[in-house]
Design a protein around this ligand. Structure first.
Ligand code: CTP
Length: 107
């Protein structure tokens, strides 16, 4: 079988990557938070059923150009408690952590 050599969705230059979303819940996050309306000028990418190192499959949501708010994070952990948030700037991850822990830390 040919090995996949390219990313399915490119890395983003800036914004937020919500990773380790429970499989099937990215669409719930998108719709319940109305992300496409809240951030109408941001390109949103949703990847579903990505093979995951730790646990079967997962979903990923990428929100370009936007650092999501604390309120967004609170809603997201209600939908999928174990998500990881990555804040991206100049293609690099400038902050990464479990959303729950970031919220507890008051970030
Ligand atoms: N990412 C991105 N754009 C960037 C940097 C990272 O979209 N400029 C995405 C990656 O595609 C990945 C997530 O952010 O979905 C986390 O990136 P990274 O920490 O490099 O990946 P892993 O090591 O696989 O993450 P983890 O150990 O948390 O599973």
């Amino acid at each position: 079988m040919k090995r996949r050599t390219e990313l399915r969705v490119s890395k983003i230059e800036s914004g937020t990557v919500i990773d380790h979303i429970e499989s099937g819940r990215a669409i719930s996050i998108l719709l319940e938070l109305d992300l496409h309306k809240e951030y109408p000028n941001s390109v949103l990418s949703m990847i579903v059923n990505v093979p995951s190192k730790s646990k079967g499959v997962k979903d990923i949501l990428k929100i370009e150009g936007i650092k999501i708010s604390r309120e967004d994070m609170q809603q997201i952990v209600r939908i999928s408690p174990n998500v990881t948030i990555n804040f991206i700037k100049d293609f690099e991850i400038v902050r990464k952590g479990k959303a729950r822990e970031m919220l507890e830390d008051g970030l």
